[in-house]
Design a binder for this molecule. Structure first.
Ligand SMILES: Nc1nc2c(ncn2[C@@H]2O[C@H](COP(=O)(O)OP(=O)(O)O)[C@@H](O)[C@H]2O)c(=O)[nH]1
Ligand SMILES: [Mg+2]
Ligand SMILES: [Zn+2]
Length: 404
């Protein structure tokens, strides 16, 4: 996004390297150095100091050789203009580095697609790990990166990621009480649910909507398996979402109903597809783009209580333009970092009434003169949405209690 404001200005950082113990890098050393993500003349002993203040930021080992890495501090910003953690983005030689998109990450290796559609296996330059404030996830699926082609004589496509562009539109989950970014740089989320088999779960849709509102990713609500119900029976529920301004689409992968509309929603965009297992996510993607050839009826690992959810997010290129990210499962999209009192702010329909409550810290559960409760009572607000808010808020309270 070229219109992105860079917040935090730019800061020079001096990075000092200790010379490689063996002196010069031998040619045959590529594999080992590649695996360790080291550039020429670099070893793992690094000191980083703020160039402006001379203050030491991070240090490891002794320092023998100094070199300045120039770049800027940039905040992670979502589509709502919220800025998260600040990251240091080093300048790279754009004449040497290739621009790429991370398709998926598997441990130390990432698959990166360059602008010509070639897919490279890349490691991440170690210095990025050292200067990152978020040590856990230097590279995630969806990241835009600059990487150096290793130019291997045997033609294998391998490289080193030298720089990760600031992210927008990230979806995260909670893992061991830490934020775990599942995918970066998506603009919309297709929330897939089914009219039946499995039965429609509006509270789950609400939870996913909160996640989208929170991360600045535009949601689209898609109800599949329309062939299994009387379409009119969905109108009350879908009408509520549509009146809130959410884009909704009723489809059937089986009969092909509204597939053209769904394709128009996805064309040329970067979308993440979320929803419970079995609702027809893979079937829908196959229906709009048979070239994807996804497995249908595959039970994702979300069912074993989400314990060993190691399945990774993958970017899939649509043959008519755009990307979709097929996600491992909905269980993983637990809310990250939402205060119970913030929940109401992510319910678009309840939010406008919040300021009219008598008490500024109103939880909208039992308080007197609560504008939210009054509006539910006189039918201006949907009672089911209100119940869903209460349930979600209670769930977040419980999570907080467990953390304390
Ligand atoms: N009746 C009906 N069944 C569908 C429809 N879409 C998918 N299915 C079935 O639902 C099951 C799960 O589909 P799948 O695409 O694997 O769901 P996913 O887990 O969300 O990816 C499969 O047996 C599909 O054949 C639909 O529109 N109507
Ligand atoms: Mg699937
Ligand atoms: Zn209230």
């Amino acid at each position: 996004m070229s219109s992105k404001k860079k917040k935090g200005g730019s800061g020079k950082v001096r990075v000092s390297f200790k010379r490689n113990r063996n002196g010069k890098t031998r040619d045959g050393d590529w594999t080992r150095r590649y695996q360790e993500g080291l550039s020429d003349g670099e070893s793992d002993d690094v000191e980083i100091a703020d160039a402006a203040t001379g203050e030491r930021v991070l240090a490891r080992g002794d320092v023998a050789r100094k070199r300045t890495i120039v770049g800027s501090f940039v905040g992670e910003e979502n589509l709502s203009g919220e800025v998260g953690d600040f990251e240091y983005v080093p300048d790279v030689d754009e004449g040497v580095c290739l621009k790429g998109r991370v398709l998926s990450v598997h441990g130390l290796y990432s698959y990166v697609e360059d602008e010509q559609g070639r897919v490279f296996t890349c490691v991440t330059r170690r210095i990025l790990k050292t200067i990152s404030t978020n040590q856990r996830q230097i590279v995630v699926a969806g990241d835009r990166v600059y990487f150096r082609d290793a130019n291997l004589p045997d033609g294998r496509l391998e490289g080193i990621i030298e720089r990760v562009e600031p992210r927008y539109g990230t979806l995260s989950r909670t893992s061991w009480n830490r934020k775990h970014v599942v995918v970066a740089n998506v603009e919309q989320a297709l929330i897939v649910t089914s009219a039946a088999e499995p039965r429609l779960k509006p509270n789950l849709v609400d939870r996913l909507l909160v996640t989208c509102e929170r991360s600045g990713v535009r949601p689209v609500i898609c109800v599949n398996k329309l062939d299994l119900v009387e379409p009119a029976s969905l109108q009350p529920l879908v009408g509520v979402y549509a009146r809130m301004g959410y884009r909704t689409v009723l489809v059937s992968a089986k009969t092909g109903f509204n597939m053209e509309r769904l394709r128009r929603i996805l064309v040329g965009r970067e979308s993440v597809v979320v929803g419970q297992s079995g609702v027809g996510k893979s079937s829908l993607l196959n229906a709009i783009d048979p070239a994807l050839n996804l497995k249908v009826g595959e039970v994702s690992r979300e069912n074993d209580k989400g314990r060993h959810t190691t399945t990774t997010a993958r970017l899939l290129k649509l043959s008519f333009g755009g990307y979709v990210v097929d996600t491992p499962g909905v269980r993983q999209f637990m809310l990250w970092d939402v205060e119970p009192n913030e929940v109401v702010g992510y319910y678009r329909d309840l939010r406008p009434y919040e300021n009219l409550c008598k008490f500024p810290d109103c939880t909208h559960r039992h308080e007197a003169s609560c504008a939210v409760k009054d509006s539910v009572a006189d039918g201006r607000l949907d009672a089911r949405r209100y119940e869903s808010y209460l349930a979600l808020r209670a769930g977040e309270m419980e999570k907080m209690d467990k953390l304390e």
